[in-house]
Design a protein around this ligand. Structure first.
Ligand SMILES: CC(C)(COP(=O)(O)OP(=O)(O)OC[C@H]1O[C@@H](n2cnc3c(N)ncnc32)[C@H](O)[C@@H]1OP(=O)(O)O)[C@@H](O)C(=O)NCCC(=O)NCCS
Length: 220
């Protein structure tokens, strides 16, 4: 059992800690979060410091970490923490809940998290630090970009492409072969039957872009 540091101590961290414990491959040693959270616990795992403590922990021999900060559209903080962990010399192992299904013919890049009851089909590639959340389905031959988040219960039919940093909202369904551009958000419960541009927020049935992402200079 390898010791692992959990970066981020919010709601998504509980899902990650649950998966680590169920898997039995990694033992969550401590959580890194804001200084105000010192002394608190996440499902019994103590908050032991902040991001700045990572190099010290690596020097003390803990070399694996998992980015457990969630995101609902803007993964900038996860990107920053990923870069920080790499700079500190941490490894970012793939974490898969033992009750998820990942095809032996799928590829998961470093730092990918696959939650309980999710599945990843043959020929699919999940980019670094992406999240395939609880009960989400990524069927065959999909491409999910780096730092993307397939939220709980969302389903990608075969051959779907999701760009880097994009978010597919809870319970959404995406038709086979559809491409979703980088940095876009698909709202909860959407039915995506046509390609979605990059950098937009889109929702509905059929899913249509509603406005450009405010963070990227757009407005509603
Ligand atoms: C699409 C989304 C990003 C918009 O968020 P927002 O900018 O905060 O927008 P608001 O909640 O203020 O809603 C704005 C309008 O859009 C509508 N709307 C928002 N999301 C919608 C959706 N998925 N489907 C239909 N209408 C939606 C609201 O009803 C509201 O309409 P109104 O102006 O007529 O009242 C957000 O609703 C969403 O779906 N986020 C994804 C959440 C998710 O997947 N979470 C997973 C956590 S693990």
């Amino acid at each position: 059992v390898e010791r692992i540091i959990v970066i981020g101590g919010g709601g998504h961290a509980k899902v990650v800690v649950d998966a680590l414990r169920a898997g039995g491959v990694f033992e969550p040693l401590g959580v890194l979060d804001l200084p105000s959270r010192m002394g608190e616990e996440v499902l019994g795992v103590p908050v032991v410091g902040g991001d700045e403590d990572l190099p010290r922990l690596v020097a003390e021999g803990v070399s694996a970490c998992v980015i457990a900060l969630g995101s609902t559209g803007d993964p900038a903080a996860r990107v920053r923490l990923f870069d920080l962990a790499k700079a500190a010399g941490c490894s970012l192992p793939v974490v898969v809940h033992p009750r998820a299904w990942v095809s032996p013919a799928a590829t998961l890049e470093e730092g990918v998290f696959v939650a309980a009851n999710a599945s990843v089909g043959p020929g699919s590639v999940i980019g670094a630090c992406a999240i395939v959340n609880t009960g989400a389905v990524v069927d065959h031959d999909c491409r999910v970009g780096r730092f993307a988040h397939i939220a709980p219960g969302a389903a990608l039919s075969g051959m779907v492409e999701v760009g880097d940093r994009s978010h597919i909202g809870t319970g959404s369904a995406v038709k086979q072969g559809v491409r979703i551009g980088a940095g876009s958000v698909v709202g909860v419960g959407s039915t995506v039957v046509d390609d979605i541009d990059e950098g937009v927020i889109a929702y509905g049935n059929p899913c249509r872009p509603v406005w450009d992402r405010p963070t990227e200079g757009g407005s509603r």
